[in-house]
Design a protein around this ligand. Structure first.
Ligand code: FE2
Length: 431
């Protein structure tokens, strides 16, 4: 029987080189050297890295690509971003949100980003974003795993109809329960929202993903309440704390108590380094705090940590390109995670770690997994983060859904090579 797809001469993230990957009926059926079976499509990987697709577990697809509508964020702060989003919401239409989201998904596919968890704002009674993104989810299902989080952007208690709207969104088919405790009116309301939202998730059998403590206030400790509710309701392994930037500023002694509790409750974390490095520390003069939670320390306690993109060209962030390697690069820079081991972890934080948070089935480049993978113009995960290379092929369920030509520059210099391929510049000694 002939194969649907055969990838020849690939390097794997584990460091294994010269392997072939056989695909039949949308699954990886063999990974070994010298496979000689016939195949409908053959890709010569040329010794480059084949890795699982990138996963973005924290995004806002209802706002993406709206940059400039109805105006720009002049201060660049989180609060002006939320205000600006509030001005845009009444102007949204289902058609426009669907169109922007689909365009973003096209870009994502070209970057090998095939699984996205997006928050969708429920603080607008029309629930236009929910309706639009449920439609997008259906449309992109053949090529992107899209998960939706019911997100009360303006506060679960603070926005008058958020409680009702969140339940409506879940009834309509939204997958995950969201929240924003630090934006409620009081600390007590924030903690109460953690209790109520986790109870809704427990009752409905859903996952939880909270915008938690996205502030520089060291006393913003809703993560503690989130951990407590996770433990109390038996939600271990199903809860994610997003942002957690207040932890950056917390007292060290308090954090030394907090992280073991987080590990015990199996609460995962998602840092959003591109966004928080520009949004946090805005009230500081100098020294100016970095806007990232304590990733290496969480890793040390065995907590599962992912990096999310959060925003692309929207009220909060005017840059971004659906490139999770750029996200990982910023993540390791702001945490000073520059050992070889740390940098490999940064690659896991945009692949396997978020896949675990999303509970994706059949994820990974292993026999029996879905035949979803990306061929990068780089030789290993660290080089991939360094180069942010072209995605030479993106494969979904055994079908090539995107291709790029290798990046190659031509030189006109006497006595020097005619071409430069950045992927040929390896470390002299990697270990
Ligand atoms: Fe966010």
């Amino acid at each position: 029987m002939s194969l649907d797809l055969l990838v020849k001469n690939a390097t794997l993230a584990s460091g294994e080189i010269g392997v072939d990957i056989a695909v039949s009926s949308g699954r990886i059926t063999a990974i070994e050297r010298g496979i000689t079976q016939e195949a409908g499509t053959v890709i010569d990987a040329g010794g480059y890295l084949v890795c699982p697709p990138f996963v973005d577990v924290h995004f806002h697809m209802d706002a993406t690509l709206s940059l400039g509508l109805p105006r720009l964020n002049r201060s660049g702060t989180l609060l002006e971003g939320i205000q600006l989003w509030g001005e845009l919401k009444p102007l949204l239409t289902v058609e426009a949100v669907v169109e922007r989201a689909l365009r973003y998904c096209d870009l994502a596919v070209s970057q090998g980003l095939l699984a996205i968890r997006t928050h969708v704002d429920v603080c607008h009674d029309s629930l236009i974003g929910v309706e639009a993104l449920l439609e997008v989810k259906k449309k992109v299902a053949p090529y992107i795993d899209l998960q939706l989080v019911a997100f009360p952007q303006d506060g679960y208690y603070r926005y008058p109809t958020a409680q009702k709207n969140l339940e409506r969104a879940l009834d309509m088919g939204v997958d995950v329960v969201g929240g924003i405790p630090h934006f409620e009116r009081t600390m007590a309301d924030g903690a109460r929202s953690m209790k109520d939202l986790c109870e809704i998730a427990a009752d409905r059998g859903l996952l939880v993903d909270i915008h938690c403590d996205e502030t520089d206030d060291p006393m913003s400790r809703h993560i503690e309440a989130l951990i407590y509710e996770t433990q109390r309701l038996g939600l271990q392994g199903r809860v994610n704390g997003s942002h957690l930037t207040s932890m950056h500023s917390m007292d060290n002694y308090y954090v030394s108590k907090l992280l073991p509790l987080m590990a015990e409750a199996e609460v995962s974390a998602t840092a959003n380094p591109l966004i928080n490095i520009v949004i946090q520390g805005r009230h500081d003069t100098y020294p100016k705090r970095r806007g990232q939670t304590r990733v290496p320390e969480m890793r040390g306690y065995g907590i599962n940590v992912a990096y999310g993109h959060d925003c692309v060209m929207d009220p909060w962030y005017s840059l971004g390109n659906a490139d999770m390697l750029e996200v990982a690069s910023m993540g390791l820079h702001v945490s000073q995670m520059t050992s070889r081991d740390d940098m490999r972890y940064a690659f896991d934080a945009i692949t396997h770690n978020p896949a675990k948070i999303m509970h994706l089935d059949g994820y990974g480049v292993e026999v029996g997994c879905n035949a979803d993978f990306v061929l990068l113009q780089a030789k290993d995960p660290i080089e991939a983060i360094r180069l942010k290379p072209n995605r030479l092929a993106v494969v979904r369920k055994g079908r090539v859904i995107a291709r790029s030509e290798p990046r190659l520059s031509t030189l006109a210099l006497d006595g020097r090579p005619q071409t430069v391929n950045a992927a040929d510049y390896h470390p002299v000694s990697a270990e």
